[in-house]
Design a protein. Structure first.
Length: 189
């Protein structure tokens, strides 16, 4: 009889205590942190793609000059490997969106060209200068995009929105996740 009473108390009291402990563990932020930090595995997240045109002026001294119009895409990405999560405030901090520009060689148009009658440069020199100007443009293209500040603002808004949705979908609890930008990141330009 004592075994039966002990078993009954173990089942009723033990299950209640186990349920209470399990609920407390489930409501803690441990699972949330683990799930949210899985976002790091996403790596770079594309948050905005915009088609743009950029003017490229190149010249060789006073003998030759040409103006080209380049068309391509500006792709803004957020490197989620740099993200961090604060469990006390449920805040996910992410780096600023970084732009990369991809030019379509088929879409390059020569708009204007000037050449002196007695041009003493070579075709090879001209082509080398042209390629070097394209390389330089890939580095400093943000200065050449007419509405770059508006594109960056749109990319920031999109980044916050997209990362928030991903984080809240990854979260075990139904709490709201706050997303903000980090003060400084490893890859800032």
């Amino acid at each position: 009889m004592g075994t039966a009473i002990g078993s009954l108390q173990g089942i009723t009291k033990g299950n209640a205590a186990g349920l209470k402990d399990g609920k407390a563990e489930g409501l803690s932020a441990k699972d949330t942190t683990t799930d949210i930090m899985d976002i790091i595995e996403i790596g770079k997240l594309e948050v905005l793609v915009a088609t743009t045109t950029i003017e490229n002026f190149n010249s060789m001294g006073n003998d030759y000059a040409a103006l080209y119009l380049l068309r391509g895409d500006v792709v803004f990405t957020v490197d989620l490997q740099q993200a961090s999560f604060d469990t006390e405030t449920d805040t996910l901090s992410i780096p600023q969106p970084m732009p990369t520009c991809y030019f379509d060689p088929v879409e390059i148009q020569k708009i204007a060209e000037y050449q002196k009658t007695f041009f003493n440069g070579s075709t090879e020199d001209g082509f080398t200068e042209y390629l070097n100007s394209l390389k330089q443009l890939e580095i400093s293209f943000t200065d050449s995009i007419e509405n770059y500040d508006n594109l960056l603002a749109s990319a920031q808004t999109a980044a916050i929105h997209q990362v928030k949705q991903i984080a809240e979908n990854m979260s075990v609890n139904s709490g709201q996740i706050h997303v903000k930008f980090l003060e400084h990141t490893q890859n800032e330009r």
